[in-house]
Design a protein around this ligand. Structure first.
Ligand code: MLT
Length: 243
């Protein structure tokens, strides 16, 4: 089982993930928010690449049971129902709702891999469940959303932590990329907690905008035993596959 890994979106050519199983990671905060929203009863999440596409999609879906959610520089986009803090996606707010999501990095990554065979979303909050969902696949690619096309330590460590839960055979495989091995090394030497996330570029931004409380939530390992899956551009919990 050769594992491939991308630390940034700039490296990724969507053709590279055709016929492969992909895990997209955006710890701060898109994939953390996605699993929190689905855990609180959201029916489906539609990642988009920008406001124009988001508005067009929500107009076609209808506003009755659909929320428009997203951020720029971490702050809720004006006129949107919610931002991108997992703490906002409470059962009271999202139960039974569909969510059109537009974020800076995470939703771009999800749209970029839409052509893959299978796509799951990974974060510290669903680490073991997503590892279980991809265990045994022999064509795994992990895509880190990064930040503005740059490397992000939180995503790299999370990617490595997911791989660490897949045993060691994949690391010996000649098809496994150096990037995947580096991610494992990073995860092996990291302590995952709010203090660690606060030191990352994404974490510092959240502290600056007064959203440091999200660091504790996003650092909570296995908060949810769920593996959200994207099928035809829509993210849901697949029956019987959540755990
Ligand atoms: C992103 O997609 O860029 C992040 O999730 C941004 C954020 O939530 O601050």
């Amino acid at each position: 089982m050769g594992v491939d890994l991308y630390f940034t979106l700039g490296e990724l050519d969507p053709a590279d993930v055709q016929n492969r199983t992909v895990v997209v990671v955006d710890v701060l905060r898109a994939t953390s928010t996605i699993v929190e929203a689905l855990a609180n009863g959201a029916r489906a999440i539609y990642p988009t690449t920008g406001t124009e596409e988001a508005i067009k999609l929500i107009s076609s879906l209808g506003r009755d049971d659909t929320l428009l959610c997203g951020e720029r520089r971490g702050l809720k986009i004006e006129g949107y129902d919610l931002g991108n803090s997992p703490a906002e996606f409470t059962r009271e707010k999202v139960d039974g709702k569909r969510i059109v999501m537009n974020t800076t990095n995470g939703t771009q990554a999800l749209v970029a891999v839409a052509g893959a065979d299978r796509v799951f979303t990974g974060s510290f909050m669903n680490l073991s469940a997503v590892a279980k969902a991809v265990a045994g696949t022999d064509d795994l690619t992990v895509v880190c959303a990064g930040r503005g096309g740059r490397f992000s330590l939180d995503d790299a460590v999370c990617a490595g932590a997911i791989l660490a839960r897949l045993g060691t055979e994949w690391a010996k495989d000649s098809d496994t990329s150096d990037a995947a091995r580096v991610a494992l090394q990073l995860a092996t030497h990291a302590t995952v907690d709010a203090a660690f996330l606060a030191e990352t570029a994404g974490g510092r931004n959240l502290v600056e905008i007064g959203m440091e409380a999200d660091l504790e939530l996003c650092a909570t390992v296995d908060r949810h035993v769920l593996a959200p899956a994207m099928v035809d551009g829509t993210i849901r919990l697949l029956p019987g596959k959540g755990t």
